[in-house]
Ligand binder design. Sequence first.
Ligand SMILES: [Fe+2]
Ligand SMILES: [Fe+2]
Length: 248
Amino acid sequence: MSRLYAIGDLHLHFQTDVKAKAQQTDPLWAGHEQVFRRQCLSLLRPEDTLVLAGDHSWGRNLAECRQDLDYISALPGRKILLRGNHDMFWDAKKTAALNRQFAGSLHFLQNNYFSYRDYALTGTKGYCFEGPFYLDARRRIVGWDEEAAEHARKIVEREAQRLRLSLEAARTDGYRKMILFLHYPPTSILEKDSVFTRLAEEYGAEQVIYAHCHGESRFHDSILGMKNGVRYSLVSGDFRRWVPLRVL
Ligand SMILES: [Fe+2]
Ligand SMILES: [Fe+2]
């Protein structure tokens, strides 16, 4: 029986400089490419599926991501990639072209879905408002940048449309069981729910898997565990300590 795994935020950099300070200084990131590969080699079999939930590479274009994508291709099993905010190589309008170019080695999830047994694997990058927030002396949020919040609302709306395309494509093809993947957390630190949680419930997704949150202080930014019949899981690589989450 095949198995479904997920992890995100590999932030590979075989051809480019690392741009995040934590990645240069936190021991958790030291040699993480080797640690993660070892985990995959021991966990994954050729018939398994691994969803990589965005932020694959620091490369600014496809040429600078070659070795990073080769590294992912060489991992065992079928690899499905989601677009992260750092994935500059992935033009949102050219997902179909990426799927043609990497046919047989990598699969790119946006405005489409992939099947896994009787499940549809759906998803999009997603988005949520991340500030700037204004804090008082006790570090409680007392306000935020309204212009940035308005900009975030537009991106959330666009991503919700992309997610709806993915979910509708799966539903049209007769899928009733869904797993929903996002790069961004489904809710901001100000929200209890969002258009993404509502879509998950509307389409009957059993699980929402997301990444993007790095470092201890961000791991609880959004929903974890069961809420309204949906299981929410964070799979950023450092949160998972480079062990892919068994989803199914
Ligand atoms: Fe990331
Ligand atoms: Fe990210």
